[in-house]
Write a protein of this length. Sequence first.
Length: 418
Amino acid sequence: MNGRVSRRRFLGLGVGATAAGLSPTGTVRNSDESRTGAKGRRRSSERSDGRSSQPSDVLPDEFDTDAPVDVRGAIYVPARAFNRYQMWKDYDRAVIERDLGYAARLNLNAIRTWMSYAYWLEDPEGHEDRLEHFLDAAADHDMRVVIGLHDSIGHEPTYENLIDDDPLTGVHTFSPATRTIKNERLWETPREYIRWFMQRYRSDSRLLAIELTNEPGWEKKDVEFMAKMAKTLTAQRGDIPLTVGATSLTNNTRYLDWGMDILQFHYNFAQTPAQYRRTLRQANNVADGMEAPVWLSEWQRIRQGDGFFANVSQEEAVPDYSSLAPIITDAGIGNFFWSLMVKPAYSVRLRRMGVINGLFHEDGAVWSKDDASAIKAMSGDPTFEGRERREYPDWFAEIRAGKNEDGNESTASVRSGE
């Protein structure tokens, strides 16, 4: 990326001055409590007279909807893993190969997932061996991997949180621990972790991008810590572009100063299709103005309510990727949907409402053939053959939205204190 994209140039597009439409529904820390092939930008929207179409309230009809989206991906954590530590500690090669095979049925060419700093501290050689298998398995299906080194949202990485695999209480964990983030004398170990990774993988062609962390947001201690880690990351720069998972495009005003190459934003939920179109058009304007890739790296469905933790109806508690996929296809923006596998919602609070995410059941059936077809259509081929099963898996059947005898919405019970 020639000279890197600049904050000044970004602000010149008006994104930093107004967050209208660009502070979409991502996630937040403690979320239950409060170069090559990496373009991922929109296709040509030139008019028949050769002039560029002007912005309007909807995406223009002139988009070449027959061209495939450059980056077509899914967010992946195995169905029964509730955090990255469990994914790598309990790594099952057969499950990984099976699940990535499901992704290939959608003509996906990218996967976004994360390392586990906690597991690396425990067994760096074991983590490297398992990562090697994961990257090889993805490459076998012509998919490249966006790999995150840290995550800035979730719960404290206590031993209890790391190992809890109860569907009603299991949580994602952030890394590193708050004690490390707040104490500069403890920063050498996370720096060593970054150097360890970069020395091995900074130019690995199996990777699409290296993500420093997911959603550091605006919290001072997280931002200050990750800014220092970014200096270690960029000092080890290789051929693979660098990025940060961003709640919104506005967050990138800070991450660009860190030397990141790819801009991300998350937009899980929108109340209307028109709302989503406006945001994607702005994202494409940023991509064109910055001449840099912009990825929608987390999305789910049309859903009523404000905020990530809005109360949802039973109908809105289940996946509906087909409500957004055609809009994303028209915009031609590189993207990753949450999540490849059917599993309980990321947030325990949302699980209490019966919310689940995902497309594929563990046996290869899909929650919705409409969703599978809509996602596969991003490759130019909307045909999908497979079984559909709109049922909560037995292993988390307690997490189910419904109505009790009084007609009130019922929720799953949870342990005291959660």
